[in-house]
Design a protein around this ligand. Structure first.
Ligand code: SF4
Length: 119
């Protein structure tokens, strides 16, 4: 069965088609080819979300995985993030959860969480 994808590797967003014979067309570069091959076999995603803190002024802080993780683990990884509470000042790029669920991905802060007068 033929399939269509929109490549999310770069902002161009090529429409890529895979026909019944597995021929891939529409990608402007090799990265799109690799993206579609991964989507067909083991799709991955970067997770972006927020994590709770103990700080009243900053109750949630934005976080993300530093690499793409298997799509089927997204909900389990979200559970790990939701079970974690930031209880100390941290800065952008700091690792909140290392090697989450043995995926090789770290959950890192994408915004600093520093309370005035604490740091
Ligand atoms: S195929 Fe290449 S140019 Fe097109 S969206 Fe993907 S990465 Fe960008």
């Amino acid at each position: 069965m033929s399939k269509s994808f929109i490549c999310i590797v770069c902002p161009v967003g090529c429409h890529i088609d895979v026909d019944d014979n597995g021929n891939i067309t529409g990608n402007r570069c090799k990265r799109g080819l690799e993206y579609v091959k991964t989507e067909l076999t083991a799709p991955k995603r970067i997770i972006t979300t927020t994590a709770k803190t103990i700080f009243k002024d900053i109750p949630r802080v934005s976080v993300k995985t530093d690499i793409a993780v298997p799509k089927e683990l997204i909900y389990k990884i979200m559970d790990e993030i939701n079970a974690t509470v930031i209880d100390k000042p941290m800065k952008i790029g700091d690792v909140l959860i290392e090697n989450v669920l043995d995926t090789g991905a770290n959950i890192i802060l994408t915004k600093s969480c520093q309370i005035q007068g604490v740091v």
